[in-house]
Ligand binder design. Structure first.
Ligand code: LLP
Length: 420
């Protein structure tokens, strides 16, 4: 459930008409609903309430805006970060370092050092090589890094190939059949406090079965590691729960997920850790855009050219992803059209032959479910700058990220003397 609803014929974010945001901030603009974020956090927490010991780390990659992270911190969540930049954001909003999990398949030495010096609560190690490097960096500083070993369970998450992470051919984690040996070797290093295992098989999962399969394998691994004489006190189950992008689609609920986790993990005797991203942020945001013009074409549906493009919302171009597209002031009339942005490539297409609200030049519309992997994946392709972000709370709203104009980006570039 979200808080983007029609009231008196105008789409609102909570109590704010989106027309008012477009007037004040311009378009395109991402609009987030605080109440929706908060609701999703609470639903997720409630779903896990029956579990004995739980740590929830919001996947910062899904929406790293500082206002969003502040909200997560106020809701008591930690952060799952995958770069020094993400860690700095979590710390900047006052998240306790101990609540931060540092994941990522290619952590660089400077990032591991920054994590050690900040005192992050856990490193999720993705390879034996990385563990050896981290051990040295920690020992040099007289520290012991709390670590979980990320395993690759070779499970098909049955999601888009580009966001599957748990098949043997994917770059993530160590093969589960070698994990116990690697864990035992890393556990002998004085710089590491090997305390757990981690798994994340992919994102936008529509089905709990692959998750359950991966968790069962993880439970067997925990038993194997313990049998080898090592201790396991933490198990990080990652994120991945999918959300509906199309009105009417039904996805497993956090409650179903929580019940499955409780059943599979009941004898593990560990603190369970979670890294939800999309399930918290996805439906808490929309991308508000204005129709530049409607271009008729012979014998074909017209092109509705909007002022948002693939550089602002990459998911349709990148994954062929569907985002519901609705008029802000629907007339009740419908049309079939192709929705495209102004960028000079055919890939800048949000939808083909979409049955949608009828729109004309100047109308406002939204791409829904844009709160996760939206603004954060933006680029400045075609020198378009970066889109602004707004957060709504009841009847008020604030710009939580300024629009970055193309001239600001150009100002960081130089023509060397020898070209003048
Ligand atoms: N933990 C790890 C280790 C991850 O790699 C991810 C996402 C998450 C947690 C959060 O997953 P979530 O709960 O959001 O599914 N850009 C893509 C999604 C990439 C996900 C990458 N990893 C998209 O727009 O669909």
């Amino acid at each position: 459930m979200d808080h983007f609803e029609l009231r008196n014929g105008v789409l609102h974010a909570e109590d704010v008409p989106l027309t008012a945001i477009a007037d004040a901030v311009g378009t395109p603009v991402y609009v987030y609903s605080r109440a929706t974020f908060t609701r999703h956090v609470r639903v997720f927490k409630e779903a896990l309430a029956a579990l004995p010991k739980v740590h929830i780390a919001f996947a910062v990659k899904s929406n790293p805006n500082l206002a969003v992270l502040k909200l997560m911190q106020r809701e008591g969540l930690g952060a799952d970060v995958v770069s020094g930049g993400e860690m700095a954001r979590a710390l900047a909003v006052g998240m306790p370092a101990a609540d931060i999990v540092f994941s990522g398949v290619g952590k660089q030495a400077r990032e591991m050092i920054a994590g050690l010096e900040a005192g992050v609560g856990q490193f999720n190690i993705e390879s034996e090589e990385e563990g050896l490097e981290l051990a040295v960096l920690a020992e040099e500083r007289g520290l012991r890094a709390a670590c979980a070993l990320r395993v690759n369970p070779d499970v098909d998450a049955r999601t888009h190939a580009k966001i599957s992470t748990g098949k043997a051919e994917n770059k993530f984690g160590v093969p589960i059949d070698r994990a116990s040996g690697i864990y035992a070797r890393l556990a002998t290093l004085p710089g590491l406090d090997m305390r757990g295992v981690a798994v994340h098989i992919g994102s936008q999962l529509a089905d709990l079965a692959p998750l359950e399969e991966a968790f069962i394998k993880l439970g067997e691994l925990i038993a194997e590691i313990r049998a080898s004489g090592c201790s396991v006190t933490h198990a990080d189950l990652g994120g991945g729960l999918g959300v509906p992008y199309k009105a009417g689609d039904v996805f497993p609920s956090p409650a179903d997920y929580g019940a499955m986790v409780a059943r599979v993990t009941k004898d593990w005797g560990v603190t369970l850790m979670f890294e939800p991203g999309r399930v918290i942020s996805g439906n808490a945001g929309v991308l508000l855009t204005r129709v530049i013009r409607v271009k008729r074409s012979s014998n074909r549906a017209p092109f509705v050219i909007v002022d948002a493009a693939m550089n602002d919302l990459a998911r349709p171009a990148m994954y062929g992803a569907w985002h519901d597209f609705d008029a802000v002031q629907p007339t009740g009339e419908r049309m079939t059209a192709h929705i495209v942005g102004p960028i000079c490539e055919t890939g800048d297409t949000f939808a083909m032959d979409r049955e949608m609200d009828a729109l004309v030049a100047g109308d406002l519309a939204v791409f829904r479910t844009a709160g996760a992997y939206g603004a954060t994946m933006a680029s400045s392709y075609n020198s378009r700058g970066f889109v602004a972000e707004v957060m709504v709370d009841g009847d008020k709203f604030a710009v939580v990220a300024d629009r970055i104009l193309p001239e600001v980006i150009t100002a960081a570039e130089r023509v060397p003397d020898w070209l003048e």
